[in-house]
Design a protein around this ligand. Structure first.
Ligand SMILES: CC(C)(COP(=O)(O)OP(=O)(O)OC[C@H]1O[C@@H](n2cnc3c(N)ncnc32)[C@H](O)[C@@H]1OP(=O)(O)O)[C@@H](O)C(=O)NCCC(=O)NCCS
Length: 211
C-alpha cells in the first residue's frame, strides 16, 4: 500500500500583494536620472577623475567630503542617501545598495566588489514590506574585497572585515572579523596605545626628539 502523500503547506508570502511602488515619486524620478548619469558620465570617466564623479554625486544629493573618491564602476543606488568621509575610497565594483542611508567615515577603504546592503523585507508579513535599515561604517575601517555588509550594521572605528566575509552584526571598534558569518579574529592593535602611537606619530615625534 502506498503511503499517503503529504500536501505541501500553504504559501505564506504573497508577491501579488507586495507594494508595486514602495518609494516616493520624487525618488523614482531622481533614480531614473541618476542611472543615466551613472551609466554614462560616471562609468566612462577617466579613473583619476574623482572630482568629476564627486561633483555629479553632490548634484544628486550625496555628501562627499574632501579627498573622498569612488571609481568609475562603483555602483550607487540612491546618491542622496550616501555620505562619504574625507579620504575614503570606494573601489571598483563596489555596490552601495542604499535603500536606507549609508554613512562612511573618514580614512576608510571599501575594497573591490564589496556589497553594502542597506535594505531588506519584513518576511513575517505576507506582503514583505520594505525595511530601509542604515549602514554606518566609522572612520579608519577597511572592508576587504567581496565582503557583504548587511542591513542595520555598524562597523566600529578602525575595524577590518576580511575578504569575502558576511557581516550581519555590528563589529566592535578596532576588531578584525572574518568568515561567513563573520566572527572576531583578533583586535587590530595590541592595545589602544598602538593606535595613539601611530596616529600621533607625526605630531609627537618632534616632541620626543626634542625631549
Ligand atoms: C582580514 C585580513 C586583512 C587579515 O590578515 P592577517 O592579519 O594577516 O590575518 P591572518 O592571515 O593572520 O589570519 C588570522 C586568522 O583569520 C582567518 N582569516 C583571515 N582572513 C579571513 C577571511 N577573509 N575569511 C575567513 N577567515 C579569514 C585565517 O584563516 C586565520 O585563521 P587561523 O588562525 O584559524 O589560521 C586578510 O585576511 C584579508 O582578508 N585580506 C584581504 C585583502 C584584500 O581584500 N585585498 C584587496 C584589496 S587591496
Amino acid at each position: 500500500m502506498q503511503p499517503p502523500v503529504a500536501s505541501p503547506p500553504p504559501i505564506f508570502q504573497r508577491c501579488d500583494r507586495c507594494a508595486r511602488y514602495p518609494y516616493r515619486l520624487r525618488e523614482y524620478l531622481g533614480r531614473a536620472l541618476w542611472e543615466i548619469v551613472q551609466a554614462t558620465l560616471i562609468r566612462y570617466s577617466p579613473r583619476r577623475a574623482s572630482g568629476w564623479r564627486n561633483a555629479w554625486l553632490r548634484l544628486f544629493g550625496a555628501t562627499m567630503h574632501p579627498g573622498s573618491a569612488i571609481r568609475p564602476t562603483t555602483r550607487i543606488w540612491h546618491p542622496w542617501l550616501l555620505e562619504v568621509g574625507a579620504h575614503t575610497t570606494l573601489a571598483d565594483g563596489v555596490t552601495v545598495y542604499n535603500l536606507g542611508p549609508v554613512r562612511i567615515g573618514e580614512h576608510s577603504v571599501i575594497s573591490q566588489d564589496v556589497y553594502l546592503c542597506a535594505g531588506t523585507h519584513d518576511y513575517r508579513q505576507p506582503h514583505l514590506p520594505l525595511i530601509r535599515s542604515p549602514i554606518v561604517i566609522e572612520g579608519g575601517v577597511w572592508v576587504c574585497a567581496r565582503a557583504f555588509i548587511g542591513p542595520g550594521v555598524t562597523l566600529g572605528r578602525n575595524a577590518i572585515v576580511g575578504a569575502c566575509s558576511v557581516v550581519m552584526r555590528d563589529v566592535r571598534t578596532g576588531m578584525i572579523v572574518a568568515g561567513n558569518p563573520a566572527r572576531e579574529v583578533r583586535p587590530r592593535f595590541e592595545a589602544e596605545l598602538d593606535v595613539a602611537d601611530e596616529t600621533d606619530a607625526g605630531s609627537h615625534r618632534g616632541e620626543r626628539q626634542a625631549a
